[in-house]
Design a protein around this ligand. Structure first.
Ligand code: ATP
Ligand code: MG
Length: 387
């Protein structure tokens, strides 16, 4: 059997809510493990979670842990008798492991929450360090930037581990309501969904396509993006809407410089109606200030001017470079850059309006009589469950 130790993230900051966060985190972990077909036991103790699983399921467990929002770190750990001798012996064993894995320098980090344990954390570090260097030729103590850290935690039991992995951090998904993500096939919107999920928000998504002007592959690409994003946020229900009639009306009747802004307004209006049906509390987009013509502050104002729901834009102040780095980290980037055309690019004007006036935008919008077309489009939605 293997044991993993998980450190919840940010939970120390949230005094009163801490219990409910921990409960949500545990539920999410249980659902993700069972979704991965892993039969593991989760044991919460003060300030930590432990996963007990079969050795042959280690890979699946670690894949789940690397997708779990709400933990700052995790490691596979050894449990030993709560005596100084046993702890020091376990340190030497851990030293052998890291040496075999290539480490040549290390340090010991000890934490003792059980104050009745006869050695303090500083003493444990010294004794452990001496024993490891004495026992393994070629492994040396280095306090700054060692190759690995052997950690000792004296709690209700004694835990010894190394090779701790960084977790995704954030607050457990489901602790902060639900939001509806406007998901395109681009780089930005999956990252926006992930960032809001990292603040505890459950995510549903809506995608507008323009079949047959866009291909089935373009739609499949969005489904794959929703699947990856969903792997961090307990799954995503993706509502796929054919927006072709709405887009055609805009293309035919709106002044060409306005087509993108008017289309965004129509998407917002449709998304708000969808959000009301599924009880989402806000909309989420991948917009970032001034990234493209439709995302100047004036045009963003036009875009949201017809709706009441809050529009969350977690990327608003991020450079494209930072967004790409995040997309690479969560694994959506490679898919996002596949070259399937998006409905918006097909209808992009040559000289778009840069600083639209909301009054003018709304006059144009109303002259197009889009409401019935939007309602018809919404009525024919397709829902894909992405896990
Ligand atoms: P990305 O598409 O990754 O967001 P982008 O720079 O191409 O990046 P835009 O195309 O300007 O962004 O779109 C701005 C935002 O509008 C998107 O982040 C997304 O939230 C929403 N959006 C755009 N196109 C669609 C679509 N077809 N379906 C749903 N939402 C969309
Ligand atoms: Mg886009």
């Amino acid at each position: 059997m293997s044991i993993w130790l998980l450190k919840p993230a940010e939970l120390t900051l949230k005094g009163e809510n801490r219990k409910s966060f921990e409960k949500t985190l545990k539920q999410n972990l249980a659902r993700m493990l069972s979704g991965a077909g892993v039969n593991a036991k989760i044991i919460p103790t003060d300030g930590r979670l432990y996963v007990h699983g079969a050795d042959n399921e280690a890979e699946a467990v670690e894949n789940v842990l690397s997708h779990l929002i709400g933990i700052s770190g995790w490691a596979k750990t050894t449990v030993c008798d709560k005596t100084v001798e046993a702890v020091i012996r376990a340190c030497v064993e851990e030293g052998k492991k890291i040496f075999a894995a290539g480490a040549r320098t290390f340090k010991i980090d000890a934490r003792r929450t059980d104050k009745s344990f006869p050695a303090g954390s500083y003493e444990l570090c010294c004794m452990g360090g001496d024993a490891v260097t004495a026992g393994i030729d070629g492994l040396k103590v280095k306090i700054h930037n060692p190759d690995d850290v052997i950690r000792i935690e004296i709690r209700e039991k004694a835990y010894i581990y190394s090779g701790a992995k960084k977790g995704l951090g954030g607050l457990p998904v489901g602790s902060a309501g639900r939001g509806l993500l406007l998901l395109s096939g681009g780089i930005d919107s999956p990252v926006a969904g992930f960032l809001m999920a990292s603040r505890g928000m459950g995510i549903d998504a809506v995608h507008f396509h323009a079949y047959p002007y866009t291909s089935q592959e373009a739609k499949q690409k969005v489904i794959r993006l929703a699947e990856i994003t969903g792997s961090y946020c307990m799954g995503i229900r993706l509502y796929v809407i054919n927006f072709t009639p709405v887009q055609m009306r805009i293309k035919e009747k709106a002044p060409p410089p306005w087509t993108t802004v008017i289309l965004r307004m129509a998407m917002m209006e449709a998304a708000e109606k969808a959000a009301a049906k599924i009880k989402s509390k806000c909309l989420i987009t991948g917009e970032s200030l001034s990234q493209v013509a439709s995302q100047t502050i004036e045009n963003l104002t036009c875009t949201q001017s017809r709706i009441k729901l809050p529009v969350l834009r977690p990327l608003i102040g991020l450079s494209k470079e930072k967004i790409i780095r995040e997309a690479e980290r969560i694994g959506t980037y490679k898919i996002s850059i596949e070259p399937y055309e998006d409905c918006c690019t097909l209808f992009t004007p040559v000289h778009p309006v840069l600083h639209g006036d909301p009054k003018e935008a709304n006059l144009i919008y109303e002259s197009l009589e889009l409401d019935a077309l939007i309602d018809e489009a919404l009525a024919k939605y397709e829902m894909v469950k992405c896990r």
